[in-house]
Design a protein around this ligand. Structure first.
Ligand code: CTP
Length: 381
């Protein structure tokens, strides 16, 4: 059997980028031989094994054919007679379809190296269409390598458009899509991810609400995303920034954000922050003019007593949004001050006065409201 390094490890070494995980392909071996050598079979779908010591993934060279719609619709053929070239041709991009042998020699039958040099993301063959997830992968690679000058080849973009139009993207599971979306939003140019999906018509299928938003205010949303990356914000900030104005679209409301989040099986921290931002960016912008009772309601909804970080995350989204508009977010100091005022109200002091149960709750609310009134008076003086 011959063993080759493949995929991202070869690509990133040639690009001079750090290699995090290594995938291997094995040519000329059967499942039985792999097991006899101590490899542990994993993965119900494909003949993939874990190395007994390194734990790295070794896959038997295989050919794949699509037999139906969706991710389940694959038949694969793995046997000792499948060649390295046959294995590589079914891969997504030419830059991902190179192999490296034990001597470090690169095997590059489909022009991956030339495309690396020319900074082109190009599909290897029509087999690209066998996995619609590749539309998201290409957009993710475009986001990652945009700072190096990479662009999607025209004919690859056309193929992505055909896939988007075919309805295949709707067959992707929410889990697989979110994995790509969340990784892509954390890349150096998340704006390029979104604009690439948009250019091929995939955004309309995957995140129609965001697509509609881009029709209204595209440049701003992309600018915000890029700033999120420049400031190295975490995923919930990026997700909430992307969805910030979805609820403001005609015919939409805060339920639109909830529906989108549930449909996409978006993790809780991203769901919560995007909802808070969608619901409260308007009232918070007018914070200094709000009656203290309304402001108290908002702070309670943020749960500033137990989870003060949520307000800080909200403020970061608003700050970046304001910066993208060429201004700042003066409400930050006011909202932080108001939060401090209500957090400084000590339940213990009221309990010492004999309040308990429902009466304690009422006394706390009244004391917090009073604290906010005092804060507002002093702040505006
Ligand atoms: N691959 C593919 N089509 C997919 C997923 C993977 O053709 N839908 C192939 C590509 O050759 C890819 C390799 O499998 O290089 C390994 O896939 P994966 O580990 O998901 O990605 P990497 O290319 O290693 O990229 P990353 O740096 O994002 O992990």
């Amino acid at each position: 059997m011959q063993i080759y390094k493949v995929g991202g490890a070869v690509r990133d070494r040639l690009l001079g980028r750090p290699v995090t995980d290594i995938d291997w392909v094995v040519v000329g071996a059967s499942t039985e031989e792999m097991i006899a050598q101590g490899f542990k079979p994993v993965g119900a779908d494909f003949p993939v094994f874990l190395h007994p010591r390194s734990g790295e993934e070794y896959a038997l060279a295989r050919t794949e054919r699509k037999s139906g719609r969706g991710y389940g619709g694959f038949v694969f053929h793995a046997s000792p007679d499948v060649t390295l070239e046959q294995d590589l041709i079914r891969r997504d991009l030419t830059i991902n379809a190179m192999a490296e042998d034990a001597e470090g020699e690169v095997i590059d039958p489909y022009g991956g190296r030339a495309d690396l040099e020319a900074r082109v993301l190009r599909h290897v063959s029509p087999a690209f269409a066998e996995d619609p997830l590749r539309v998201l992968r290409v957009a993710r690679f475009a986001a990652r390598y945009a700072p190096l000058g990479f662009q999607v080849a025209d004919d690859t973009l056309a193929l992505m458009r055909t896939l988007a139009e075919s309805g295949e993207l709707e067959a992707l599971t929410a889990e697989r899509s979110w994995k790509e979306i969340s990784r892509a939003l954390m890349e150096a140019r998340p704006d390029v991810f979104i604009s690439t999906l948009r250019r091929c018509g995939a955004l309309e299928k995957l995140l129609p609400e965001v697509d509609a938003l881009l029709h209204v205010n595209g440049d701003h949303v992309l600018n915000v995303l890029q700033r999120c990356a420049d400031e190295q914000t975490d995923l919930p900030i990026r997700w909430a920034s992307l969805l910030r104005n979805v609820a403001d679209l005609p015919g939409c409301n805060i339920d639109t954000i909830d529906t989108l989040n549930r449909r996409g099986k978006v993790p809780r921290d991203c769901q919560e922050l995007s909802r808070l931002v969608g619901e409260f960016h308007g009232p918070a912008a007018a914070a200094t003019a709000l009656p203290p009772a309304d402001l108290l309601d908002i702070l309670q909804r943020f749960d500033v007593y137990r989870r003060p970080q949520r307000l800080e995350d909200f403020l970061q989204v608003e700050h970046i949004n304001a910066q993208a508009l060429g201004s700042n977010y003066p409400q930050t100091a006011y909202l932080r001050g108001a939060t401090k005022a209500v957090r400084d109200v000590q339940p213990a002091a009221l309990m010492a006065k004999g309040f308990k149960g429902a009466a304690l709750g009422e006394a706390l609310s009244a004391a917090r409201l009073e604290a906010l009134e005092t804060f507002k008076r002093e702040y505006t003086q």
